[in-house]
Design a protein around this ligand. Sequence first.
Ligand code: C2E
Ligand code: MG
Ligand code: MG
Ligand code: MG
Length: 285
Amino acid sequence: EAKRAGGRTYRIFAPQMESDIHAQRTLRNEVQLAVDRHEFVLHYQPIYELASKKVVAVEALLRWNHPTRGLLPPGAFIPVSEETMAIVEIGEQILEAACQIALKLPDDIAVAVNLSPVQFNQPELLIGAVRSALQRTGLAARRLHLEITETLLLANTPSTHKTLDILAGMGTKLVLDDFGTGYSSLSYIQDFPFSTIKIDKKFTDSLYVNTASSAIIKAITQIAKDLSLEIVVEGIETAEQESFVRMLGPTQGQGYLFSRPLPEAELLLKLSKPASDARRMSLAS
Ligand code: C2E
Ligand code: MG
Ligand code: MG
Ligand code: MG
């Protein structure tokens, strides 16, 4: 707002800042409406066993089917949803929807759901949401993978620790997502009941530029093997990256080379055809 005093104009906010603040406020309100109107949808990106090209899991990735702006990626609204706590309710809806999809897939395919650190601020709600999603759908707990990032583990509070123990105790599999992006500490692997480590796309991107990337992937894979943990490598976009990754040891991968995140109908088509060869990936699609 421009403020007039003694004939002079003082700008307290630049017009750009003012419209940014307005846009943020609008977004916050819209997110809450979107929850009530069920405008959020999940897309699913398969995770493959590299040697056989069998799908071992599908990762649920949130999208907002915005009434005027089209399909929005999580980066455009998750931070705001976390600020307003709307992510707690959105997270509950995602858990149940993801479990429902898993029931339409072959029994040996799991579904992976990303959890926000904010959901761990209300552990009873999170645990209750996981338990009720499993009970209402009847999905076997081992088929529900919960992806969390190390941001959550930084504080390493007794509460977080207890919550993760309870979730693992229920039979769900815990996945350490985006490994290597933050303050990755190997002690997380020792301290928390993870069954899978997902190596971040930044390592895949820099395989040919940075020799440290391949050394790190190789070392983590060896440690994971000794601890009986699975390793998934994210963001594989080229055949060269795939063969490099396989040479280093990891056995599972995810990326645009194999499949982009797909809407539900496309996912179901892909994983149920051809009949005799249901879970082989098709590079042609
Ligand atoms: P993430 O869990 O690490 O998910 C992987 C992201 O990398 C996804 O982006 C996916 O579309 C993208 N990706 C996969 N393969 C490739 C590739 O080969 N190349 C490139 N360039 N990108 C690839 P997306 O869907 O935009 O999700 C971004 C992040 O938002 C996710 O990172 C996750 O942290 C968060 N997120 C997504 N869905 C949810 C959700 O339901 N709840 C919560 N709390 N967070 C979510
Ligand atoms: Mg993830
Ligand atoms: Mg990730
Ligand atoms: Mg990521």
